[in-house]
Design a protein around this ligand. Structure first.
Ligand SMILES: O=C(O)/C=C/C(=O)CC(=O)CC(=O)O
Ligand SMILES: [Ca+2]
Ligand SMILES: [Mg+2]
Length: 415
């Protein structure tokens, strides 16, 4: 049988010429190299080598070991590079040059494709926020009074964002209030040790390309000038550490031990057909957040969460109350500037149905209703468990645009 060319993809391959996500890879035969790659089917194009070979004006930007310079170059450059890539991969005239520059994904190592600047995590699913409110604060209202007036978020830890495939070591910490009895002269101590309630959170993250100046809010209309692309994200969460530490300042060590992102950043332009209106707003919004007359800011991404290969949830991103467009406007309204590499995540994606919940805290209702999996029941994650998020979006002409997966395996706590 003649070897099929990697340039001849089946029609409607979800990593076809309408997608073209960016990553950074090391070829197995050159372990010291880091190259910008573009995924095409199950292959990766060495984008820097391709640009040099055809004499592209963007050869220097694509010949880097990280996406940051390309991300900083701005939307007109992103558009031009995307057009070039599409031409190289689909036009017969480029075939002899481009074909040898495609490598099977199985022969490369993928890296965190950009240097993360700041990392912010929002809380944008009304279903998730209401469920967590009911679980953590059963005596109060599920949503806090501010929730429908602004996208609630917190600053996470940029330095512990890791690429898909990185093992996630079970964190240790204070697991709750002291439970033992105090004796005269000795107060009881909080229990300390490896988290017993380790969870995942299925999220979608947005990567900032173009920076913004200090003291200059980015309006809703500025989103497409600043945001380079989208990737799946797993905000690993230790629920015992979190529920003890979070009052009154919010998530801290219960979430900062690791956050996994996909190795592939999907350009916003690849998701044009997936743009959709968010759910109706229940309260009027301040002008800087009011998107009623704006382009639809939601995205129709269909996520699947699998534990050890078994699907456990299908969260719909289209159901998110707050959009990434509003989140960007909110996080700059006080004058905070954006840097290339800023990463902001949606918050856990949960839909209205039980099988659409994006974390085990909700899926098992804090451990009350264990999940039945072929390998045994789960309340929270066990050592060795592997969590994988995948997603697709509607593309042009009934095609699908796949997002790169994010996966991670739980490793035992280290003393
Ligand atoms: O205290 C709470 O209500 C819960 C906070 C979180 O879990 C923060 C978070 O990561 C939000 C999210 O992913 O939606
Ligand atoms: Ca989160
Ligand atoms: Mg995290």
């Amino acid at each position: 049988m003649p070897q099929q060319s990697p340039l001849d993809l089946p029609p409607h391959d979800p990593f076809g010429p309408h997608n073209l996500p960016y990553g950074v890879f090391t070829p197995s035969d050159a372990p010291d190299l880091r190259r910008i790659g573009v995924r095409y089917g199950d292959h990766v194009l060495d984008a820097g080598a391709a640009a040099a070979a055809v004499g592209s004006p963007h050869a220097a930007l694509l010949g880097q070991p990280t996406l940051n310079p390309l991300m900083a170059a701005g939307r007109p450059v992103w558009r031009a590079v995307r057009e070039e890539l599409r031409a190289w991969l689909t036009e017969p005239v480029h075939r002899p040059t481009i074909e040898p520059l495609l490598r099977p994904l199985t022969t490369v190592t993928l890296h965190l494709p950009f240097e993360v600047a700041d990392y912010v995590d929002f809380y944008a699913s009304e279903h998730h926020a209401s469920n967590v409110g009911r679980i953590f604060r059963p005596d109060g209202e599920p949503l806090t009074p501010n929730w429908k007036h602004m996208p609630i978020g917190y600053h996470g830890r940029a330095g512990t964002v890791v690429v898909s495939g990185t093992p996630v070591v079970r964190p240790r910490g204070q697991l709750g209030a002291p439970t033992g009895r105090s004796t005269p002269g000795h107060s009881a101590l909080p229990p300390f040790g490896p988290s017993l309630r380790l969870d995942f959170e299925a999220e979608v993250a947005f990567v900032v390309g173009t920076p913004s100046p200090f003291n200059t809010p980015v309006p809703l209309s500025g989103f497409h000038d600043h945001v380079f692309g989208v990737c799946l994200l797993n905000d690993w969460s230790a629920r015992d550490i979190q529920s003890w530490e979070y009052r009154p300042l919010g998530p801290f060590l219960g979430k900062s031990f690791a956050t996994s992102v996909a190795a592939w950043i999907t350009p916003l332009d690849a998701l044009a057909a997936a743009r959709t209106a968010p759910p109706g707003r229940d309260v009027p919004l301040l002008p800087y957040l009011d998107d009623s007359a704006a382009e639809p800011g939601g995205l129709d991404l269909r996520i699947e969460v699998a534990v050890n290969g078994h699907p456990v949830s299908h969260p719909p991103f289209a159901a998110m109350y707050w959009t990434a467009v509003q989140q960007l406007a909110h996080m700059t309204v006080n004058g905070a500037s954006l840097r290339t590499g800023d990463l902001f995540a949606s918050g856990t994606v949960s839909g209205p149905e039980p099988h659409q919940r994006g974390c085990l805290l909700e899926l098992t209702w804090s451990g009350r209703d264990p999940l039945r999996l072929p390998g045994g029941e789960r309340t929270f994650l066990e050592d060795g468990d592997e969590v994988t998020l995948t997603a697709w979006a509607p593309g042009p002409d009934n095609s699908r645009v796949a997002l790169g997966e994010v996966t991670g395996c739980v490793a035992p706590s280290t003393p």
